[in-house]
Unconditional design. Structure first.
Length: 566
């Protein structure tokens, strides 16, 4: 075969996710290309190698390929500008027009690699800038632009910046309206569909994700792209888990895992282990669940993904809770906090959820003091812990918190963590204009935290605090959204569920902004302080102050307090 044919064959291998064979072929071509003295072919080799290294998260390899491309292009730029030594200029064997075309083409290939490299390392601002530069110099909808948008969108989602990825996904979907005409177009279609399916699942649009994952899987199977077909199964499994189908999740992940592991895709391998652990936990097999999550944590640490490591540490802390090893659970949560602290992309919402989960540990320990039949015993074996976990009926041997000061202190500590987190998260709910987006926020984010806040308040046997929380929740539910959308922040595409907007300052601003008022009880935005007792303080004042201090959210307006009595 000719060298151009081999270069195309390497590209076909790349599309089929056989990067090892593609890399070996490209490296084997370099001596022949050197002998033929063809810089254009050498540039193609380095451009393809850079793309392979980008896919395999070998960032040093991407940087080296960029260096080689830049060095070669700099020589031709100097020759065309008349700034190169005469003896060097005499060596140029292509026409000026061909040289200009080569410089433009591979400069764009380098811009794509720079975009992908910046996105992969979490430098999303640089990635956006280089992508814009690529868009300015390349035909709209071209392979490089669409691929760059997909890589930037996926990297944003990996850092929980899903809202910032929405415009990119819109652009990607627009290019997918047209049927692919070649293998490269089919590759981008499958990559875009799989990425968008994951985005939909992670933001609560599970029903929308299913057809994209199925269509991507069908196209990949038709092409013989085994890895992409397996990735489609993994996305479908994630959707089934979100819908509560444990058996379906297990079956699909089992089918996908061997192919994903064979292709050594660490991120997808970790996701498989995550879902293996979840299905085993649901089946009451604690040791197997923890071992699965241990595998996932190891892979994510190797990839240097602090946000993913923090999530898997929180997940693993549940097995410590179920075994009654509360100090171990708190240690894992502290490690998760360190991961958030080390990430420049951590958000107030992640800290709020972490605090809420730390409150879960203190609450679980308090319930153990009260004789909860599901409470773990640190001296139990894994088998004994599994049996107790499965047969637990949720009963208390020693009801009554007043007679147990140790349990009371732990529940109060849990409330100090869980209530401010719940109030901060729920304060965003009525700042979202779009009803569907607001529903996803309420069900996916606010409801679980509010339910935990109600639970720990009830277990404290504090009727005043219970009534204040009920009053707050009732007031929040008494207002409609008939106000004009133009008079409030447009949150239609923001806060769509498990991973909403990330800018703390912007969230705080919207939470504390003046509400939009309409007729009757129409109000969109935060409540003023509520006061139940004419001689007392505002409802939940202490916990609102904690929310402001911890998360930067002022969850009430500066208006005069509303009285809740006639």
């Amino acid at each position: 075969m000719s060298i151009p044919d081999d270069l195309q064959r390497a590209r076909t291998l790349l599309f089929a996710a056989n990067e090892t064979a593609a890399k070996e072929l490209l490296l084997a071509l370099l001596p022949q290309i050197e002998a033929a003295d063809r810089d254009d072919w050498a540039l193609e080799v380095f451009a393809q190698l850079g793309e392979i290294y980008l896919i395999r998260s070998a960032n040093d390899g991407v940087a080296e390929c960029l260096r080689r491309i830049d060095e070669c292009l700099a020589v031709y730029v100097a020759i065309l500008a008349g700034q190169a030594p005469p003896e060097l200029a005499e060596q140029m064997r292509m026409s000026t027009q061909d040289a200009e075309r080569m410089i433009t083409g591979y400069r764009n290939r380098a811009l794509f690699l720079r975009t992908g490299l910046a996105a992969a390392t979490g430098d999303h601002e640089t990635a956006a800038a280089t992508l814009a530069e690529l868009e300015a110099g390349t035909a709209a909808g071209g392979y490089l632009i669409t691929h760059g948008r997909i890589r930037c969108a996926l990297a944003l989602c990996d850092d929980d910046l899903h809202v910032r990825s929405v415009p990119l996904w819109d652009q990607v979907l627009a290019t997918m309206d047209a049927e692919p005409t070649d293998e490269a177009g089919e590759y981008l279609w499958v990559a875009g569909a799989l990425g968008y399916a994951r985005f939909c699942i992670e933001t609560g649009r599970v029903a929308e994700a299913e057809p994209w994952a199925r269509r991507a899987g069908a196209r990949a199977t038709r092409r013989g792209w085994a890895l992409d077909a397996a990735r489609a199964q993994l996305e479908r499994a994630a959707g089934l888990w979100a819908g509560g189908d444990r058996d379906g999740t297990e079956a699909l992940v089992r089918q996908a895992y061997p192919v994903i592991a064979e292709h050594i895709r660490a991120h997808e391998v970790s996701r498989c282990w995550l879902y293996f652990g979840l299905t085993r936990l649901a089946a009451g097999v604690l040791q197997a669940a923890d071992e699965c999550w241990e595998h996932a944590e190891r892979h994510w640490r190797e990839l240097g993904k602090p946000l993913h490591v923090h999530r898997i540490l929180l997940q693993r802390s549940w097995t410590s809770i179920f075994r009654g090893r509360y100090d171990e659970a708190r240690t894992r949560i502290a490690q998760a906090r360190d991961c958030l602290d080390s990430s420049p992309r951590s958000s107030w919402l992640q800290y709020a959820r972490l605090d809420d989960h730390l409150g879960n540990v203190w609450r679980a320990e308090a319930l153990a003091d009260l004789g909860f039949d599901g409470a773990g015993n640190p001296d139990e074996s894994w088998a004994e812990a599994d049996e107790r976990y499965r047969r637990s009926a949720g009963t208390m041997a020693h009801p009554g918190i007043a007679e147990n000061p140790a349990a009371l202190a732990k529940l109060e500590r849990a409330a100090e963590l869980k209530l401010p987190a719940a109030l901060a998260v729920d304060s965003m709910r009525y700042s979202i204009v779009d009803a569907d987006a607001r529903w996803r926020w309420a069900t996916g984010i606010a409801a679980p935290l509010l339910a935990g806040a109600f639970a720990v308040t009830w277990e404290l046997e504090n009727p005043v605090l219970v009534s204040e929380l009920i009053e707050y929740h009732s007031a929040r539910g008494s207002f409609s959204i008939a106000a004009e959308a133009e008079s409030v922040a447009d949150w239609t595409r923001v806060a769509t569920a498990p991973v909403p907007i990330e800018e703390v300052e912007q969230m705080a601003l919207v939470a504390a902004m003046a509400p939009a008022a309409g007729s009757g009880l129409t109000r969109l935005g935060p409540l003023p302080p509520l006061q139940m007792d004419p001689g007392g303080t505002a409802v939940l004042a202490h916990y609102r102050e904690l929310a402001a201090a911890r998360y930067g959210l002022v969850v009430t307006t500066a208006e005069r307090a509303w009285s809740t009595w006639p």
